[in-house]
Design a protein around this ligand. Structure first.
Ligand code: ASP
Ligand code: MG
Length: 413
């Protein structure tokens, strides 16, 4: 008998009809001979509604009371889903975060899981119950309610799966899996059957927001096979399995193309080059709590250096003001920036063992006359910064250059 953890997101439990449909799916899973633990989010829109209520009272509500408030959304859905299961003849029991003893630190609003004691859950499962767990919420050492950050129910589900040593953690959402890129930009995007944890982390942090990133980190660390599936499809598809790298399998060179529209680029040029310039330039930016993503520096023949980096677009104005001040101090030739850029990245564990991918990427872009402003690489990713107006063309060009629409890029090919 397998133990399956299923997680249903806000849209999957957004109405009473949807909750009844989830109950049917859970019962079908049990009827295949599995033990089932279900983790649910609040009904869609509910968490935002609760936050808005608090903001009617005060702009910055106390974080610990905020957690008491927003955690109620999930308490509603565990009760409703349990009722639906019981109505349909299944034995079911709901658990809040404090009942399962989802022990976290006290960082309200972004708490980290320390331990899960599982309460009577294992016995309940053995007695044939379906267990329904409130996502997103935990309890700290002092017994106060905490929450795990927006989208945190994914992490609850993975943590439950790790604690119970489940065979699989299935994340039901409104898409049927992870795609080679955003289908709204490239209609030929293909659903991936399999992707590694590492690749998924790159895809997620680059904007393919299917899962809370922390849940993928957690799943990778505890080696919990994670499957993304749609709860909106009649026929049960197999979604996308996120798992460890598999040597046996023929590995795709490139798994997907991610992009990020939230970045802006800043440049300081003609800075006299000497030890310490990098920290002189970036120090004031990080001190202002502005996160830096890509960094490029080079030194010209005249021993002056040019420095370009990217920040979140929301931080662009603040970063430009700081950099302008630094520019005066270090006697730079020029400080300028552009907030209409995007980052496009090829992601694939297969590129580790293959040279030439970067060149193929650059020449495909050149053929479309797309200018590359910055380049950065890691073992499984190559990112370029290009003008915002070329986002769609760039993504589509790379998607077809690497044959992603039809699995045409196997590493051995
Ligand atoms: N209800 C929470 C949110 O909206 C947690 C979740 O849905 O995963 O962020
Ligand atoms: Mg979600």
């Amino acid at each position: 008998m397998a133990l399956i953890v299923q997680k249903y997101g806000g849209t999957s439990v957004g109405t009473i009809e949807r909750i009844e449909a989830v109950a049917d799916r859970v019962i079908a899973t049990r009827d295949k001979g599995n033990q089932v633990v279900v983790v649910v989010s609040a009904m869609s829109g509910e968490t935002n509604r609760l936050i808005a209520l608090a903001n009617e009272i005060v702009d910055k509500p106390p974080a610990h009371e905020m957690d008491v408030l927003v955690s109620t959304g999930e308490q509603v859905t565990i009760a409703l889903l349990s009722m639906a299961l019981i109505k349909k003849g299944a034995a079911a029991r709901s658990y809040t975060g404090s009942q399962i003893k989802m022990l976290t630190d006290s960082a309200h609003g972004k708490a980290r899981i320390l331990d899960i004691l599982c309460g009577d859950m294992e016995k309940d499962l053995q007695d044939g119950n379906i267990i329904v767990v409130a996502g997103f919420q935990g309890v700290d050492e002092k017994g106060r309610i905490t929450t795990l950050g927006r989208g945190g129910s994914d992490t609850t589900a993975v943590a439950m799966a790790a604690a119970l040593k489940a065979d699989e953690c299935q994340i039901y959402t409104d898409v049927d899996g992870v795609y080679t890129t955003d289908p709204r930009i490239e209609p030929n995007a293909r659903k991936l059957d399999k992707i590694t944890f590492e690749e998924m982390l790159e895809m997620a942090s680059l904007g393919s927001k299917v899962l809370q990133i922390r849940s993928v980190e957690f799943a990778g660390k505890y080696n919990v096979p994670l499957r993304v599936l749609s709860s909106f499809e009649e026929a049960e598809g197999s979604g996308t399995l996120i798992t460890t790298e598999d040597d046996e399998m023929e590995q795709a060179l490139i798994s997907g193309i991610a992009f990020n529209k939230d970045e802006a680029q800043l440049t300081i040029s003609g800075v006299p080059d000497k030890p310490g310039v990098a920290s002189d330039i970036l120090g004031p930016i990080t001190e202002a709590n502005i996160e830096i993503d890509m960094i490029v520096q080079n030194v010209g023949e005249d021993s002056s250096t040019d420095f370009t980096f990217t920040v979140h677009r929301n931080d662009y104005d603040a970063a430009l003001a700081i950099l302008t001040r630094t520019g005066d101090e270090v006697k730079a030739r020029k400080v300028y920036g552009d907030n209409r850029i995007v980052k496009v990245s090829l992601v694939g564990v297969g590129m580790r063992s293959h040279a030439g991918i970067a060149c193929k990427m650059f020449s495909a872009l050149a053929e479309e006359n797309i200018n590359i402003r910055m380049i950065s690489t890691s073992e499984i990713k190559i990112s370029v910064v290009i003008d915002e107006k070329y986002l769609e063309l760039g993504v589509r060009t790379l998607h077809s250059a690497f044959g992603l629409e039809n699995d045409g890029n196997l590493a051995s090919a």
